[in-house]
Ligand binder design. Structure first.
Ligand code: ZN
Length: 419
């Protein structure tokens, strides 16, 4: 059995840290592990972290492979240091039947990182009836979600959340009550008003969060509130956490990094749902990161260059993140001292692992899965359409100089990416 040794690396405090693994399990960690212990030595300079875990990506398969495939998405993930990603079921057809999931898992076996699938909360994502959730769980659904829309009917939602609780799977909810707006494309605030853009108010999220928390209380489900964007949602979530409900809140890179000031650029690469909001929202989300119930999810949403060249009203929602999320967050939050490195890494590793019930990963420890990433934090790179692997090039940070270059990604003991 092949034993591999990673050397030359340091931990996040800068102390030397080598990692030895056999097959897909970590055997030992320490400042100095002799080369004689291993059949193969990987000499890499940089900081070693547990492989990143993203509970929220769109790999567009089946049905929209011109935007992303499992293969391009998995390569982008490996390039960005992610070793586990969970893809959303708002595909064409939607993932509401077990045979669809089984087919996708068959395809995913060849991929360089672990791609897991979430299944629909309602049949066809139409919100009228629940699918065969026990069979979907058996076919590998790691979570249930109608992401892209909210399960509006409280009675159907009650049934779905109760079933998810019985199956011990989390519900990933896209909390947005659509009755609060008509075709909104931006945060409903002064900037959208000035530009004449139809708005999406904070209340559309806040009231959906309140309903979802009530259902979590009723059903006991593990509730993950996706892409929280409004500071007004936070007191409700805090109260629920204090009550002891198993609730987590997702923060995305774009809601942490940008504000609706970007509307002035008319650059549709900033168009996303829920919308990037005001400074007060961004700053409140940044302060949330040290809370252990906050989980980073990128909401990686690749689109073609062609689609993102439409004007603001017509362009589709979403940003492409897998290749550059860590570098962007490290550059703009950690380096200026707004968030500490250990906190960012925990939000991208241990916390999503817990949310998804993946106890074998999210931390570098003997016996855990050999999922790791080595990042040269002092080195810079410039993401471009050519050096990124996702088919989606829709990110406004393309072309910007970012700190943090991924040198090596190892997933289940195998090299998934080497720079
Ligand atoms: Zn969503």
């Amino acid at each position: 059995m092949a034993r591999k040794l990673l050397r030359g690396t340091v931990d996040l405090h800068g102390n030397p840290l080598s990692v030895l693994w056999e097959e897909d399990r970590i055997l030992a960690l320490g400042p100095e592990i002799p080369e004689t212990e291993a059949d193969e030595v990987l000499e890499v300079e940089g900081t070693v972290f547990p492989g990143f875990i993203d509970p929220h990506v769109h790999l567009r398969t089946p049905g929209q492979e011109h935007k992303e495939t499992l293969e391009t998405g998995a390569r982008a993930a490996a390039h960005g240091g992610f070793t586990t990603v969970v893809t959303m079921p708002n595909t064409d057809p939607p993932l509401d039947r077990p045979e669809l999931l089984r087919g996708l898992y068959e395809e995913a076996r060849q991929l360089p990182v672990d791609v897991r699938f979430a299944a629909c909360l309602s049949v066809g994502r139409k919100g009228r009836a629940i699918p065969e959730m026990p069979l979907l769980a058996e076919a590998g659904a790691v979570a249930f979600t109608d992401d892209g829309s909210w399960l509006e009917d409280a009675h159907v939602a009650y049934q779905a959340y109760a079933m998810a609780a019985a199956l011990n799977r989390p519900v990933l909810s896209h909390p947005e009550d659509p009755r609060w707006h008509r075709g909104g494309v931006a945060h409903q605030g002064e900037r959208a008003l000035k530009l004449g853009l139809p708005g999406i108010p904070r209340e559309s999220e806040e009231l959906a969060v309140v309903r979802d928390l009530a259902l979590a209380r009723l059903t006991g489900v593990r509730l993950h509130l996706q892409h929280i964007s409004a500071h007004t949602s936070l007191p409700h979530i805090r109260r629920a956490v204090a009550e002891g409900l198993p609730v987590t809140a997702e923060v995305t890179p774009h809601h942490l990094l940008f504000t609706d000031e970007a509307l002035e650029t008319f650059d549709p690469r900033f168009k996303v749902n829920p919308p990037i909001r005001e400074e007060a929202d961004r700053d409140a989300l940044r302060k949330l990161l040290p809370e252990t119930w906050t989980v980073m999810g990128t909401d990686h949403a690749p689109h073609t260059v062609f689609e993102k060249e439409f004007d603001w009203l017509e362009a589709p929602f979403g940003l492409s993140w897998l290749d550059l999320a860590f570098s962007a967050l490290y550059t703009h939050l950690v380096r200026p001292g707004l968030v500490d490195l250990a906190t960012l890494v925990e939000a991208m590793t241990l916390r999503p692992a817990r949310l998804l019930g993946l106890g074998d990963r999210g931390v570098l420890k003997e016996g855990k899965r050999a999922d790791l990433v080595v990042v040269d934090l002092a080195a810079t790179w410039q993401p471009t359409p050519r050096n990124t692997f996702s088919r989606g090039k829709n990110n406004p940070l393309m072309g910007e100089m970012l700190f943090g270059v991924v040198r090596l990604t190892v997933a289940a003991g195998e090299v998934a990416y080497r720079g």
